[in-house]
Design a protein around this ligand. Structure first.
Ligand code: NAG
Ligand code: NAG
Ligand code: NAG
Length: 227
């Protein structure tokens, strides 16, 4: 884990701690919460998945074995990350195929990710320093998780909102839940995000990298492997 820093893991933890207070404890009771349309409002409990609650495999630390009377362990919000990644992305990691195609020499990207592979959700906290000019990509955004090992190019599987700010510091944070789209066709896939599950990252983090593309550096201004 060449690019791991504990500082950025702490920052990611801060993201989970910035949940609305109702999730921690609702002083007026759960009945007082107004759920947005389409999130199961009015239900007394979450409907069982096909196969029943018994069929759900819980990751360690999320209340595994707590029993079917505890549907909160299959929440629709990632209370718990099954894994986290702190990536430091730099220009000299950028490739065109397997050929070096350096991005900016004095830019750096901090891509902090928290994954809940049960929910197929990824939370991101991305900071770009010293990235100047407009973004550019044929995908729907120019900030991605790509599938490829170190030293090679590969298709985007996730498309994150581009960090916003000035040419010194740009930031983007939030969470995405599958099914995912990138807006880009790849090979036989109408969209290179089709069928992608964040669990694939946990199985093989060495096989994925994060990057951002700009007009000045269309192949990537900074890039970093997840492991
Ligand atoms: C994102 O990470 C930065 C440090 O890299 C931290 O200062 C900030 O609080 C984090 N934002 C969230 C929403 O966690
Ligand atoms: C990447 O390399 C290919 C040749 O392998 C070349 O045709 C293409 O122009 C390069 N792309 C950029 C943006 O430099
Ligand atoms: C940003 O650019 C300035 C000026 O080129 C440089 O001094 C600084 O070290 C850079 N910051 C990072 C994080 O690379």
């Amino acid at each position: 884990m060449q690019f791991t820093t504990t500082l950025t893991i702490a920052a990611l933890t801060a993201l989970t701690h910035s949940l609305p207070a109702e999730y921690a404890a609702s002083p007026r009771g759960w009945e007082s919460i107004t759920y947005p349309p389409g999130t199961g409002e009015g239900l007394h409990e979450y409907p069982a998945p096909s196969g029943g609650w018994e069929s759900v495999t819980y990751p360690p630390g999320t209340g595994a074995g707590a029993g079917a009377d505890c549907p909160a362990t299959v929440s629709t919000f990632p209370f718990v990350f099954t894994s986290t990644y702190s990536v430091v992305a730099v220009g000299d990691q950028v490739r065109n195929g397997t050929t070096a195609a350096p991005g900016s020499a004095d830019a750096v990207g901090y891509f902090n990710f928290g994954i809940n592979s049960v929910e197929d959700t990824i939370c991101y906290n991305i900071t770009l320093l010293n990235v100047s000019g407009d973004y550019q990509s044929p995908a729907k955004t120019a900030t991605h998780l790509h599938e490829a090992v170190r030293g090679a190019s590969g298709p985007p599987r996730l498309s994150f909102p581009n960090p916003v700010g000035d040419d010194k510091r740009r930031v983007s944070f939030g969470c995405l839940t599958g099914p995912f789209t990138t807006g880009l066709a790849a090979g036989e896939l109408a969209d290179s995000g089709m069928g992608f599950k964040v669990a694939q990252i946990e199985v093989n983090p060495e096989g994925f990298f994060a990057d951002s593309h700009t007009v000045l550096f269309p192949l990537g201004v900074v890039r970093g492997q997840l492991a």
